[in-house]
Design a binder for this molecule. Structure first.
Ligand code: ADP
Length: 233
């Protein structure tokens, strides 16, 4: 079943075109990497699909709903209840412990403290950082902090996880480990994942790759992230 669909999505920032008519879809449970060089429109596409940005033209569908016409309040509610978002920086609150950070989305949704902490500990354990529960971000490595951010993005059990260069601030090895764990947990939970990355090695973890170039689907690589000529050689 198709869960997310962009149809002819166009988006500019002032006079700068970011998306020039992108049509793509993501099936439920699929892990899709959106790739392409810096500035090709990857983040803009993710923001449009997640209902953060509204396209200038075209349509965005989530399940049977067309969401780009929804009000900001309705899209914000959709994001809170159905989506998880994970970015490169600014994920976790420095004053809170790992467990408090991970529990935060549940506490904001009205879950009791004890129940939220228990869930946070379970999620920290799934990400292999249970021993950090009572540490603050200042006492953790970048990779450990990002594992907490992954746990926090998944604790509400979102149907879709939108991840924008989630390991972009980490070294290659740590980034791959964190991403490997993110994808393993997402597969266990049958979470649909839209993963923006400019690194082919990271994209290799996905089920499928959607390559962009200059705000459009890159047909030259047949969606495989490498130029056809390169593969024929
Ligand atoms: P990517 O994620 O592939 O790096 P983006 O979607 O961030 O690409 O950007 C696509 C284009 O839109 C680029 O030319 C970028 O400079 C421009 N752009 C992105 N965000 C803004 C913004 N907030 N204001 C102005 N231009 C922007």
């Amino acid at each position: 079943m198709t869960l997310l669909r962009a149809r002819g999505v166009v988006r500019s920032y002032g006079l700068t075109p970011a998306l020039r008519g992108v049509t793509m879809e993501v099936a439920e449970g699929e892990i899709v990497a959106v790739t392409g060089p810096s500035g090709c429109g990857k983040s803009t596409l993710l923001h449009c699909l997640a209902g953060i940005l509204r396209p200038d033209a075209g349509e965005v569908h989530y399940g049977e709903h067309r969401i780009d016409t929804w009000s900001e309040a309705a899209r914000s509610r959709l994001r809170r209840t159905e989506f998880g978002v994970l970015f490169q920086f600014g994920q976790i609150v420095p004053e809170l412990t790992a467990a408090e950070n991970v529990a935060l989305p549940l506490l904001l949704a009205g879950t009791g403290r004890r129940e939220a902490r228990t869930a946070a500990l379970t999620w920290l354990d799934r990400l292999g950082v249970a021993d950090l529960a009572d540490k603050r971000p200042g006492e953790m490595s970048g990779g450990q902090q990002q594992r907490c951010a992954v746990a926090r993005a998944l604790i509400t059990e979102p149907r879709v996880l939108f991840a924008d260069e989630p390991t972009g601030a980490l070294d290659t090895l740590t980034g791959e480990q964190v991403l490997g764990q993110l994808i393993r947990v997402a597969r266990d939970q049958r979470t649909t994942v839209l993963l923006v990355t400019h690194e082919p090695r990271i994209a290799a973890y996905a089920d499928r790759e959607i390559a962009l170039r200059d705000g459009q689907l890159d047909q030259t690589g047949l969606g495989l992230g490498e130029p056809l000529t390169g593969r024929l050689r």
